[in-house]
Design a protein around this ligand. Structure first.
Ligand code: NAD
Ligand code: GLY
Length: 369
């Protein structure tokens, strides 16, 4: 059966690539065919996703009948706690043991953890080979699979080791969300809401109106949310691929969130949960600066809460815990913490123009009035 789909392009000159979005696309392997250059493929996934979708993807790739195709698979342990260099080494071991050459294509089948690690392996193996993203979580479909940021965590800092390496294409099968646990769906909604907050107030409104149906994965609405999120990200990445400026806005809530993830131990708080709490904290600081009014902060809190996201970091984290981790953030220059804050709903800036006193008030969750 042929399924309809929508296509977006990440416009990066001769490195441009399509994002295919639709229901049932895992069963449409012909979309992948033009993006496979050589005769070798390694599908990288994890134990959870392998049990659900690996056979379908492998069967689809086999059905392409690429002459002489060597089709390998590698199933990694599941979890953010495995997103480190030793796990990426397993990918290199496999590629070398199976004699993959420079024309190989890696396919990342899974969430952001698999996508980031597989992309990083592709960036480094023989100084760079092709890879394809097949994201299966909402978070990876709306964010991590697009834009070419790849990498792993370090015990001292989240995503601190990595490379920019763009995929050949992104294949988003919205049907794969049907098996996603509710907590993971909420985590993905955090990154969807992010686009509304930083770039598109009307999208924020639309999300607020439709949040209950989105949580129920109403097909037309969830496809629209993914499409609008990817369109927003694709436009920003095309404008600022290497994060020299505007792309940093995509890190809204992340400086606070990464501090939570690192402090609590990777995998304890989901990335999207930490970002959700971080966005609430960034909104709080934006209000303390007089940039957004209190009703706006409340509207943001309501949507985060309705999405099933936490409205603050862990109770046991003190302001100094945050500050320690925030100093290792990639946006820190010359020891100065820079944050993404809201000038208004739908418009964000990167700034260091806040007093340490106000930041301290936010981090210690002091009451505003
Ligand atoms: P994840 O990859 O850990 O996936 C979440 C869980 O869902 C895992 O247990 C996974 O096995 C499972 N899963 C995946 N697909 C499933 C499905 N269809 N059905 C059932 N279970 C499924 O987490 P994530 O939220 O996808 O990604 C988070 C990671 O992405 C973090 O490491 C974060 O740093 C990274 N990230 C990267 C970028 C980027 O630009 N590269 C952007 C945002 C986040
Ligand atoms: N998630 C941030 C970025 O891709 O730039």
């Amino acid at each position: 059966m042929t399924h309809t789909h929508q296509t977006l392009t990440v416009d990066l000159g001769d490195r441009s690539y399509p994002i295919y979005i639709g229901s049932g696309l895992l069963r449409q392997p012909q979309l992948l065919a033009p993006h496979i250059a050589g005769k070798q493929i390694l599908v990288v996934t994890n134990t959870t996703v392998a049990a659900l979708y690996l056979d379908t993807l492998i069967a689809g790739l086999e059905s392409l009948q690429i002459e002489g195709l060597q089709l390998d698979r590698l199933v990694l342990e599941d979890g953010e706690q495995h997103k480190h260099l030793d796990t990426v080494s397993l990918v290199f071991d496999h590629l070398l043991q199976q004699r993959h050459n420079r024309t190989t294509t890696l396919i990342a089948l899974g969430g952001g953890v698999i996508g980031d690690m597989t992309g990083f392996a592709a960036a480094a193996y023989q100084r760079g080979v092709n890879f394809i993203q097949v994201p299966t979580t909402l978070l990876s479909q709306v964010d991590s699979s697009v834009g070419g940021k790849t990498g792993v965590n370090h015990p001292l800092g989240k995503n601190m080791i990595g490379a920019f390496h763009q995929p050949q294409c992104v294949l988003i099968d919205t049907q794969s969300l049907a098996t996603l646990p509710a907590r993971e769906l909420s985590a993905g909604l955090a990154e969807v809401i992010k686009y509304g907050l930083i770039a598109d107030a009307s999208f924020f409104e639309w999300l607020s109106l439709n949040i209950e149906q989105l949580k129920q994965l109403e097909p037309a609405l969830i496809s629209q949310a993914i499409y609008r999120s990817c369109a927003c990200k694709a436009e920003i990445v095309a404008d600022d691929e290497r994060e020299q400026g505007r792309r940093a806005l995509l890190n809204f809530g992340h400086t606070f969130g990464h501090a939570v993830e690192t402090q609590m131990g990777y995998g304890q708080w989901l990335h999207g949960e930490a970002v959700g709490a971080g966005m609430a904290m960034a909104a709080d600081l934006s209000h303390r600066l007089g940039w957004i009014d209190w009703p706006t902060v409340e509207r943001i809190s309501r949507l985060l809460e309705a999405s099933g996201l936490p409205l603050w970091g862990p109770d046991q984290m003190a302001a100094n815990d945050y500050l320690q981790h925030m100093q290792v953030d990639k946006k820190v220059t010359d020891g100065t913490i820079r944050l993404i804050l809201l000038e208004q709903l739908g418009a964000a800036v990167v700034t260091s123009e806040f007093s340490s006193e106000l930041l301290h008030q936010t981090l210690s969750h002091q009451s505003v009035c």
